[in-house]
Design a protein around this ligand. Structure first.
Ligand SMILES: *Cc1c(COP(=O)(O)O)cnc(C)c1O
Length: 359
């Protein structure tokens, strides 16, 4: 067996020990005589998995008890509708910072249900930076302010959160979930699809301050309702049982590897190695301003689309796969989530140095 280093933006790599644990338990989970894929979600054995996973999120992320962990389906994209339906309900207004395609899609979806307003945007420079905002930029009557914390496509990250004054902050953390310590008390809600950094595609994890949940739009589909989800402990209907179990294994892996502090240090080591090389290379360069760089997604270019193509093809043949950049940025993108080993990044950097020498 030979495994590639997969630099995909998502779905993406999972840690080998997590996959091995899942494999070892696939026929018989914990003496139950069945796979987690097969068991009733109403069984005691699954309820234990659900509650352990919620408790592990709280432990690993240091969540205060008034923050609840809810599991939804429909990806982060379902939340683009669920959030305005459930939370844009006092004054029917929300403020958005447009830092890329995912923030824009959330903003457009919210616009179907109320007055969504774009406060700032970095579209003028292909989203290569995080726009600066002041508290006065936000409408004090907005029901919430919305950001995409890590911009998967463009490789930017909020290294400092915007000060929104009294306006509650919501963040899409899909592509930086569990990659660093996060003070959730700065947010009313953070959420993310699992398939970037947490588990396989199919579950969306929403961490919400309990008192933020209130009256919802009466037309909210029951499957998108935060109140229904909370009242039924993520089990109004069949939850994505297997994916929740995979979150559990990932959280145990993080806990056993120094927690989020340890994981963040590892992520810094990997990203610094990559950025240091990009900054010293004559051929490759990063596309993002230094202060807003992401530790997770690193877009880079040679400036010559033909050379980019050649690089991607040769890298693929060498076992460094899924490096082609997003069509709106061009070039390449290396997504180096938690599960990407240091050797994967070091190997890619060595390969790039060699490629550069050979041209
Ligand atoms: C991938 C991604 C999404 C979309 O997620 P789906 O689960 O495919 O709906 C939204 N936001 C961010 C930041 C992403 O990286």
């Amino acid at each position: 067996m030979s495994r590639v280093f997969n630099f995909s933006a998502g779905p993406s790599m999972l840690p080998v020990p997590v996959l091995e644990k899942a494999a070892a338990e696939i026929l018989d989970y914990n003496g139950s005589g069945q796979s987690v894929m097969e068991m009733s979600h109403r069984s005691a054995v699954f309820e234990e998995i659900l509650h352990t996973t919620q408790a592990l999120f709280a432990e690993v992320m240091g969540l205060p008890s008034n923050y609840k962990v809810l599991f939804f389906q429909g990806g982060a994209t379902a939340q683009f509708a669920a959030i305005p339906l459930c939370f844009m309900q006092k004054n029917n207004k929300a403020d958005f910072i447009i830092t890329g395609q995912w923030a824009k899609k959330a903003y457009q979806e919210a616009g179907k249900y109320g007055a969504a307003r774009a406060v700032a945007s970095s579209a003028d420079k292909t989203f290569s930076y995080i726009p600066k905002t002041k508290p006065e930029d936000f409408d004090p009557d907005a029901d919430y302010a919305y950001i995409c914390m890590n911009n998967t496509i463009y490789g930017t990250h909020y290294n400092t959160l915007p000060d929104t004054g009294k306006v509650p902050l919501i963040a899409d953390i899909s592509s930086c979930f569990l990659s660093e310590e996060l003070d959730v008390t700065k947010f009313a809600l953070v959420y993310g699809g699992a398939q970037k950094n947490v588990a396989p595609a199919g579950v969306t994890v929403c961490i919400v301050r309990e008192d933020f949940i209130g009256p919802e739009n009466p037309l909210t589909p029951v499957i998108l309702s935060y109140k229904t989800n909370l009242d039924n402990d993520s089990m109004y209907n069949t939850p994505p049982c297997w994916n929740i179990y995979m979150c559990k294994l990932m959280l145990e892996w993080i806990r056993d590897n120094g927690g989020l502090k340890g994981i963040h240090e590892m992520n810094l080591r990997k990203a610094n190695l990559f950025y240091d090389y990009l900054d010293s290379s004559e051929m490759f360069s990063g596309t993002v301003v230094k202060e807003d760089r992401s530790l997770m997604n690193i877009p880079f270019v040679t400036g010559d689309p033909e050379l980019d193509k050649k690089f991607v093809a040769e890298a693929t043949a060498a076992g460094f796969v899924n490096l082609k950049g997003h069509r709106t940025v061009g070039g390449m993108r290396a997504s180096i989530y938690n599960a990407m080993p240091y050797e994967g990044v070091a190997g890619l950097v060595e390969f790039m140095k060699d490629f550069e020498k050979r041209q």
